[in-house]
Write a protein that binds this ligand. Sequence first.
Ligand SMILES: [Zn+2]
Ligand SMILES: [Zn+2]
Length: 129
Amino acid sequence: MVGYDLSCNKCGHTVNISEWVGQHDTDQEIEEKIRKGEFGEEVKKFYDEHGGPITVLYELYRCEKCDLISEEIYVIIAKNNDEFLMHQTCKECGGNTSLVNMSIEGTDHIPCPKCHRGRLVMTGEFLWD
Ligand SMILES: [Zn+2]
Ligand SMILES: [Zn+2]
């Protein structure tokens, strides 16, 4: 696992990405929710067709409307490596979200979710088991 601290270069607002990692459901719990239809019909159909066990990958998403950053399910991989890409909408405002690829683009293009004027810069990166 990798954690990041992102700080706004204007207002100093800090986003700690490692916080969200601990709040994840396990793959088994996600699988259970998919089976119950909690993630919608589309992914349930995918699961019914492909079967488990599944692997769940998370990525960072940014809301195009309110700039909220959150870590959400990006892809669900069933056996035979079939992938289902999740469509995410913002939890706060319901706006469209887009994937933030930090490893390629860095983070300094990400607007601050608090002041919307600054950009988030990475101030710390750490690894743990
Ligand atoms: Zn939003
Ligand atoms: Zn800010």
